[in-house]
Design a protein around this ligand. Structure first.
Ligand code: GCU
Length: 344
């Protein structure tokens, strides 16, 4: 399956690159007058993000269907997230949905989301991401990369899961844990005492199955939708990160739209987020039930205060190393404080 995916993805890559080289800029036979807009995502058709992407497509085609056809490519068909971002940068793909860690090497302001325990409450996380005026400034600040984020998606909290139970930090010590392909993710996992092993999302299942790694870290959907629960039976609620996925646009394409078209694309992005957020909320309880009852995964609630304590120096280290994250970090701290006060 993975081999087939690789062959397909290579074939598509060659095809898309070829099209660009002959200057077709996305038009395909039979739809000569319509501009094909490609959206890539790593998740399957059953994932809330796919439902969000369909909303994006439907809205654009309902408003501008005579001009644009939106094609959605799920399951890493156009390549892993890092590869798909590169293709979005060149314009071979117009939009990619990816986790912010994959964006860090292109725009280091997104490193901030990889900090362990950055948000002190779910409310602060949602308030930050829904603060569209502020976030739009961040999104628009990456012109020189050729990329611009247009919206975000909720993918819950990240937690460790492995073949063996992780009840304490000692259990995590030295374990080979897959992390996303970003320097900050590696730092995070090492700070917990584990051996970080960066690789693309699509490789994780086989790597756990074959014992190349002991486990990984993610939300509960990885257990069911990506079937990791078949090979890793223990999921520990360390809740170490809330990392958004984002829809990333090719900068030129987005900024080359007319004002009216741009409004439609922005509204489509806004609606896709709304639909995704709602779908995530509705499906996550069922996902946990499936993992537990049908796949036999054990969920563990550790003493999180010990996990927090273990990595408490990481935020400062990251701030010292990358001044570009300061403003967003401070902005998030203000929301943290606001919601902590409310909770008192
Ligand atoms: C989540 C997230 C993805 C990310 C993946 C990963 O599934 O939604 O965007 O790529 O984790 O760990 O790679």
């Amino acid at each position: 399956m993975i081999k087939l995916k690789k062959i397909l993805s290579t074939a598509l890559f060659v095809c898309i690159t070829g099209m660009l080289m002959v200057g077709c800029s996305g038009n395909t036979e039979g739809t000569a007058k319509k501009r094909i807009v490609r959206v890539s995502l790593s998740q399957s058709e059953a994932h809330p993000e796919y439902v969000g992407a369909v909303e994006f497509k439907n809205y654009i085609e309902a408003e501008l269907g005579d001009k644009y056809e939106v094609q959605i490519y799920p399951n890493e068909l156009l390549g892993s997230q890092t590869k798909a971002i590169e293709l979005t940068q060149t314009g071979a793909i117009d939009f990619t949905i990816a986790g912010t860690p994959n964006l860090e090497i292109f725009a280091d302001v997104y490193e901030v989301f990889s900090m362990p325990y950055l948000f002190t409450s779910e409310e602060a996380y949602f308030a930050t991401m829904n603060d569209t005026d502020y976030m739009n400034e961040i999104y628009a600040s990456t012109e020189e990369t050729g990329l611009q984020v247009v919206t975000w998606y909720n993918v819950g909290t990240r937690n460790f899961y492995a073949k063996e139970a992780i009840n304490t930090l000692d259990d995590l010590k030295g374990l080979k844990i897959r992390v996303q392909q970003s320097p900050a993710s590696v730092k995070m996992a090492q700070a917990f005492g584990s051996a970080a092993s960066p690789m693309s999302f699509g490789e994780v299942y086989t790597a756990i199955q074959q014992g190349v790694i002991d486990g990984a870290e993610n939300n509960e959907l990885a257990l069911t939708d990506n079937k990791h629960g078949e090979v890793a039976k223990y999921f520990t609620y360390s809740k170490h990160q809330m990392i958004p996925d984002v829809m990333i646009a090719n900068y030129k394409f987005l900024n080359g739209l007319s004002d009216e078209e741009r409004e439609v694309f922005e509204e489509a992005a806004r609606r896709s987020t709304e639909v995704e957020l709602q779908n995530y909320e509705e499906t996550i309880q069922e996902v946990k039930r499936t993992a537990k009852e049908d796949m036999g995964v054990t969920f563990i609630e550790p003493d999180i205060s010990l996990f927090k304590e273990k990595v408490k120096g990481v935020q400062q280290e990251m701030l010292d190393a990358n001044p570009n994250i300061r403003d967003l970090y401070d902005h998030i701290q203000a929301y943290n404080a606001e919601y902590e006060k409310e909770a008192e």
